[in-house]
Design a protein around this ligand. Structure first.
Ligand code: FEO
Length: 175
């Protein structure tokens, strides 16, 4: 059984994860438009991941006899200044999600809700990985620099990162 405060906070997290999924889907669409196929595939996979994060929360709220609220989602931007700015925005969004997860964990402690505390540890770990991934993308983009072929190399690099993430996901699914 969830406390009302915990149920409300978990539902707010459902909204945040859903928005992340739509935001990344909108970014994927913009990348397609720009001919950045590697980036488009990466953002599409990220979007799917966020939908899974949302559903995991949704299922948990129901399992705990709470009411899971399906949110209305604010329309994400449909165009971005450039790919460098777009990835900066992704990193900022992930930091916002981490902050929100940390607040949820703190609330679960305050409410003496050990079940939610345990459940949320998966998200703590996931956010550590997501932030590290987005930081490494920022570093790679900086290394590539702004030369005439930069977009081409950024897209190739993101394509490789996406393939590595897909392999990682497949091996985790086998466990
Ligand atoms: Fe589910 Fe990347 O936040």
């Amino acid at each position: 059984m969830l406390t009302k405060k915990m149920e409300k906070a978990l539902n707010e997290q459902i909204t945040l994860e859903s928005y992340a999924s739509f935001l990344y889907l909108a970014m994927s669409s913009w990348c397609e438009e720009e001919g950045l196929e590697g980036c488009a595939a990466f953002m599409l996979r990220q979007s799917d991941e966020e939908m899974d994060h949302m559903k995991r929360l949704y299922n948990y709220v129901i399992e705990m006899d709470g009411k899971a609220i399906v949110p209305g989602i604010k329309k994400p931007p449909s165009s971005y200044k450039n790919v460098v700015q777009m990835f900066k925005q992704v990193y900022e969004h992930e930091k916002k999600v981490t902050k929100s997860i940390n607040e949820l964990v703190a609330l679960s402690s305050k409410e003496k809700d050990h079940s939610s505390f345990n459940f949320l540890q998966w998200y703590v770990e996931e956010q550590r990985e997501e932030e590290a991934l987005m930081r490494s993308i920022q570093d790679k983009i900086k290394l590539i620099g702004g030369g005439p072929q930069a977009l081409y190399y950024i897209d190739k690099e993101i394509q490789q990162i996406n393939l590595a993430e897909m392999k990682k996901e497949a091996s985790e699914a086998e466990k």
